[in-house]
Each structure stands twice: as C-alpha cells, then as structure tokens.
Design a protein around this ligand. Structure first.
Ligand code: PLP
Length: 388
C-alpha cells in the first residue's frame, strides 16, 4: 500500500475545484476555447510574476523552448550547449529547432551546468547556451552570462522546473534572453492538461513566438514564417490563473518540507542532501538526495509504502537518440555519477509533516538495511554505466 505518493494532484484540486469549474463553465458558455481573454489574462499575470514584460502562452514546455530557439534564428547544424542531466525535452527542443546538442558536465553540488566546462565546448558553430534550472534552483547564471557575453552567445533558460525560483533576487525566466516554462500537471505550477509559456524582455522574440505558435501568422491569412500549432487553450489558462495565486504559498510549503527533511536526515550517514548554490533560492520541484545502492534503497522504500523516483536514470548522451552527439568518454563524469546515485523523495505542498517524518523513518531503516555508510562508495564502480 502506498502511504506516501510522489505527488498528490487530486489533493491539490479538491480545494480549487469550485473556482476552476466556475471559470470553465463561463468558457463553455462563451465558446472561446483557444486563445482569447483567459489566455491574455494569464499571460499578463505570469509575465508579472516572472518580472518580464512579455509572456506568450503555448502548448507545452518543449514548444516553448523550441519556439525561443527558432525565434533566435537557429539554423541547421548550429550548436547549443546544454546539460545531459535533465529531462529529455531539453534536447528534443534543440533537435526540433534544427540544432545540435553539445553536452557539458554539471557542478558536483547543485547538479546544474558547470560554467567551468563551457570554454572546452565552444566551437565556431556555437550559438548559445541553454542551462537547465534543475529540480527548482537556477544554474550559476552570473558565470554563464559572463561567459556568453564575452563570446557573443545568447543564454536561454530552461525554467520548466523553477517557477518563481530566484537568482540574486531575480526570478527564473528573467535572467537570459528568454525563458521557457512547462505547466505539465506535476510541475510546481501545473495545468489540468498540457501548457507552457515563453517569457522575455525582448519584444522581437515575443512577437516571433506569437507567430510561431499560430502557423507563422502575423494577422489573419498573412503567413510570414513557417510556424506550427503551439497555442494554449482557454481551459488551461483559466486553471493556471487560479493556481498562480496559490503558487507562492505552495513554494513556501515545499521549502518547509525541504527544511524538515534536512533536519531529520542531517546525520544520516551515506546520504547526501541537496546543495543550494550561492545566491539561489530553491523552490524544490524535487528533493533529490544522493546515495550508493540507490536502486536497492528505492525498492526497499516502495515495499514500505514510500514512492520515490529517479530524475534522471539515463543521462541524455547515453540515450539512443543522442548517443551520436555524446562527448568523449569520461567527460561527463559528474553527470554519470548523478545518474547512478540520485533519488527523488516525495515533495508536494499537500504533503503533511507526518508523511515527511514517515519517509525519513523508512529511509533511515532502508539505509541501515543496506549497510550504507559514507565509506561505501566502491559499489559505484561495479555498477558503472548500467544503461549501456
Ligand atoms: C517538463 C520539462 C520540460 C518540458 O515540458 P513539457 O511541458 O512536458 O513539454 C522541459 N525541460 C525540463 C527540464 C522539464 O522538466
């Protein structure tokens, strides 16, 4: 029996149902299902939340990323530097826009893009850098932006896991030339279906993304560029508008849960807790610990009624679609170590303190059962590259 699930979306919606259904009823009566007032109202509200003058709602986070890259004029064969320790959508968007992914390693602590690895990855075809604000905290944006600025590269943020996370007081999405968000239901801000958004301070990018999401159309029957259908529907925008009001409180609760995990697990030998980078505020889309014998411990936890997940078990350069773009063997050492050792514990705003304590208790026992201590690292070598 599952005592603590990874997410609890029904619990999230129990409280909001009345409000969302009232707005949906008005949409059914109006017949304005795609675009329209609800979508515009959400764009304005979400743009404000991200401190960006422009927000364009689209069909999903993958399209948001792809449209930004296309608006920046990415051409076939152009290279975009990103990380392999991310959801595959990051790379899919680059491919979809015609680009080539160049993977660099991540920082050992935060698991976000390591700026020290950038210079070795730059070639004459490099156009920009696409850092991922992973698990709810931004990448090291000063170092990345400085590097990009010196070389005339752009920086686009994959902020799909970092709604309202901040870097030196500035919200995710306002730190590069543009930011992409996903509102997949399980994200910190989730739709009741699929949706995404592009935020930017650049009016040209916003204008082009508006055309791209709408078949390249600038006005009725005037098609200026090749676009596609990447629009956001009104039902999603209405639900998102209701939920956006709750988002700061939800993120605060995620922070409280993370603090409770940290207090309870601080002394647990063999378990590394998430590291928050300097100047970054974490919104804990995931609470990711690292430990040896990860799969054994996860299996034990499941038997004890605690769901966990692995974000992500196979680094992108080791997946069939991106293997041909893999960098030289050994150059993504930290990424590969993360893939073997990271484990996401349940974290969601509706989670109770008792559930947090239960996870900690069961984790302590699972860890003890598998004899994990800080010195048990040698198991790692035997399990090397299990995805091959
Ligand atoms: C969720 C996610 C995406 C893609 O979002 P979709 O809405 O599912 O297309 C992209 N990048 C990261 C890091 C994500 O977590």
């Amino acid at each position: 029996m599952i005592r603590v699930p990874m997410t609890d979306l029904p619990a999230q919606h129990r409280e909001l149902k009345g409000e969302i259904l009232a707005r949906w009823e008005a949409i059914l009566d109006s017949g304005a299902f795609v675009g329209g007032r609800e979508v515009e109202a959400f764009e304005e509200a979400f743009g404000n939340a991200c401190a960006t003058p422009h927000c364009v709602a689209v069909s999903c986070g993958t399209d948001a990323l792809c449209f930004i890259l296309r608006a920046l004029g990415l051409e076939p064969g152009d290279e975009v530097i990103t990380v392999a320790n991310t959801f595959i959508a990051t790379a899919a968007a680059i491919s979809q826009a015609g680009g080539r992914t160049v993977f660099v390693d991540v920082e050992p602590g935060t698991c976000t893009l390591d700026p020290a690895k950038l210079s070795a990855a730059v070639t004459p075809r490099t156009r920009g850098i696409l850092p991922v604000h992973l698990y709810g905290q931004t990448a090291d944006m000063d170092a990345i932006s400085d590097f990009a600025g010196e070389r005339g590269l752009w920086v686009v943020e994959d902020a799909c896991q970092a709604h309202l996370a901040e870097y030196r007081g500035h919200p995710a999405g306002s730190l590069g030339v543009a930011g992409a968000f996903s509102f997949y239901p399980a994200k910190n801000l989730g739709a009741c279906g699929e949706a995404g958004a592009v935020v930017t301070a650049d009016p040209d990018i916003a204008h082009t993304v508006r055309m791209l999401r709408h078949q390249g159309q600038s006005e009725k029957n005037v098609h200026k560029i090749r676009g596609s259908n990447g629009r956001c529907d009104a039902l999603q925008a209405a639900a998102l508008r209701v939920k956006l009001e709750r988002l700061p409180g939800w993120n605060r609760r995620r922070g409280e849960i993370a603090d409770r995990y940290r207090r309870r697990l601080a002394g647990l030998s063999g378990v590394e807790l998430p590291v928050v980078g300097e100047g970054r505020t974490h919104v804990y889309h995931q609470f990711v610990i690292r430990l040896d014998r990860r799969d054994d411990v996860a299996g034990e936890l499941l038997q004890r009624g605690v769901e966990t997940a692995v974000h992500y078990p196979v680094p992108l350069h080791c997946t069939p679609p991106y293997r041909d773009q893999a960098p030289p063997e050994g150059s993504l050492r930290v990424t590969e170590q993360c893939a073997r050792r990271q484990l996401s514990l349940p974290i969601y705003p509706e989670m109770t303190d008792r559930q947090v304590d239960l996870v900690c208790r069961e984790l302590e026992q699972a860890v003890a059962l598998h004899g994990l201590t800080a010195g048990s690292r040698n198991t790692e070598r035997r399990e090397a590259r299990p995805w091959n």
